[in-house]
Design a protein around this ligand. Structure first.
Ligand code: HEM
Ligand code: MTE
Ligand code: MO
Length: 386
């Protein structure tokens, strides 16, 4: 990037875009770019965490963390909050560099060509990733493909093209650090004021989008959640609902004659009455949805490990938990032994002091520490050993 401080320096480019240098100066682009880069990195790492917790590769599954109980609540809350904050950063970054995006001739040689191509990919993928993520947490699925798979693939393309971009810019970055300590490249006063105003506006925009959305997971901010897709106080028993019983086609009628089946070396089935007579345990655990909302709640029920011991299921067994729901991506969930054997993992019968609402998974649902909400299966019907 050159050091144009006036709109006229680049000739025909200047005629196309008469910009004020303070708003488009390379240092402004760099300052915003650093924040954006950090946000993308945080999104990438927390995103990978989400991926691994939901679909761990075999070699890792046995060592997924059970503590702290709010592990996924934190990582996915940070993922979505950082992703939202990245949107104004990306727009500001594009604003500071857009005169550079339309230089002519578009390609001046091999190196320049590679640079242009990497930037084109970077910009396109970053825009797609951020807006698709945003639509997803707004519960809008206008596309026919799996959000998760595409979002996962784009994450690698995004990080790859970002690294390529930094590699192409490396000589400039190095030169910048060699040549100038902070403040040596002084802008004229008026342009410096433009630059400060821009940075303050970007900061304010990032702060604003964060404050109006973070309340979906940071409970003290919940009064401010004007834009959050989830109001964490809405919903029966003080907890939001992702999929209602109606949507899952679970009703009093489909539940008639319900029994919990536990399959193992000594399989058995229990009616709800029998289940209620087993020793009760109380835990305080959050539901942390992949879509970024989360809330802690008080659960009461039977320890999963006691149900397993009754069926003489071995300590190191992997489980499959099956819901009464017909079809749907979350009907069946697998559980590694460290969760199955944890004293906090319950087959919950009560939520916040009341019998589970039908929408929260009546008669029985799984609640386990540290796991994504999608794995907290509702309307549990059968537990199998893998
Ligand atoms: C810097 C850009 C981003 C990167 C690199 C990124 C990366 C990832 C990755 C790798 C996953 C795991 C996908 C999987 O389980 O296979 C993920 C999940 C997710 N991301 Fe992002 N993400 C970014 C931005 C966003 C934004 C802006 C939002 C929303 C505002 C968002 C929302 C989500 C959601 C809701 C999930 C969970 C999907 C699911 O399991 O159903 N992401 N992200
Ligand atoms: N059977 C079944 N269980 C399910 C789901 C579902 O669609 N079907 N949704 C999951 C998701 S995505 C979340 S975040 C939690 C939400 O639990 P809640 O609706 O009780 O708040 O339930 C999980 N359990
Ligand atoms: Mo969820």
């Amino acid at each position: 990037m050159g050091e144009a401080t006036s709109s006229e320096r680049d000739g025909d480019e200047g005629a196309l875009v008469r910009f004020r240098a303070g708003l488009h100066d390379p240092r402004t682009a760099t300052a915003i770019g650093r924040l954006l880069g950090a946000a993308v990195l945080i999104c990438f790492l927390t995103g990978l965490t989400s991926h691994v917790l939901q679909e761990p590769p075999g070699w890792l599954a046995g060592s997924l963390p059970v503590r702290p109980v709010w592990f996924y609540r934190l990582t996915q809350g940070v993922h979505v909050a950082t992703g939202i904050a990245a949107i104004p950063l990306l727009l500001a970054k594009l604003w500071t560099v857009y005169p550079r995006l339309f230089v002519s001739p578009p390609v001046r040689g091999l190196r320049h060509g590679v640079e242009r191509a990497s930037i084109a990919v970077l910009v396109a993928v970053a825009l797609l990733q951020l807006f698709m993520g945003l639509l997803n947490i707004m519960q809008w699925y206008p596309w026919p493909f799996s959000f998760r798979e595409v979002h996962f693939a784009l994450a690698w393309v995004l990080v790859g093209s970002l690294l390529l971009h930094l590699a192409v810019k490396a000589p400039l970055i190095v030169a910048h650090w060699r040549r100038s300590g902070p403040g040596t490249l002084k802008l004229p006063a008026e342009e410096a004021a433009d630059r400060r105003a821009l940075l303050w506006s970007v900061g304010a925009a990032v702060g604003a989008v964060t404050v109006v959305s973070a309340g979906q997971t940071v409970t003290p901010l919940r009064e401010l959640t004007a834009l959050a897709p989830r109001q964490v106080d809405h919903g029966p028993q003080g907890l939001p609902i992702t999929k209602t019983a109606g949507e899952a086609h679970v009703s009093e009628r489909t539940l008639r004659g319900w029994q919990l089946e536990v399959r193992g070396p000594r399989p058995y089935a229990l009616t709800l009455e029998q289940l209620r007579r087993l020793p009760r345990h109380d835990v305080e655990l959050p539901i942390a949805c992949v879509e970024g909302w989360s809330k802690s709640a008080h659960w009461s029920g039977v320890r999963l490990r006691e149900l397993l011991e009754r069926a003489e299921v071995p300590q190191n067994a992997w489980l499959r938990v099956v819901s009464l729901q017909h079809g749907g991506a979350y009907r069946v969930m697998e559980m590694e032994p460290q969760y199955a054997r944890d004293p906090l993992t319950l087959l919950a019968l009560e939520l916040n002091g009341e019998v589970l609402d039908l929408d929260h998974g009546y008669p029985a649902r799984i609640i386990a520490p540290g796991r994504p909400g999608v794995l907290q299966t509702k309307w549990v019907h059968r537990i199998e050993v893998l």
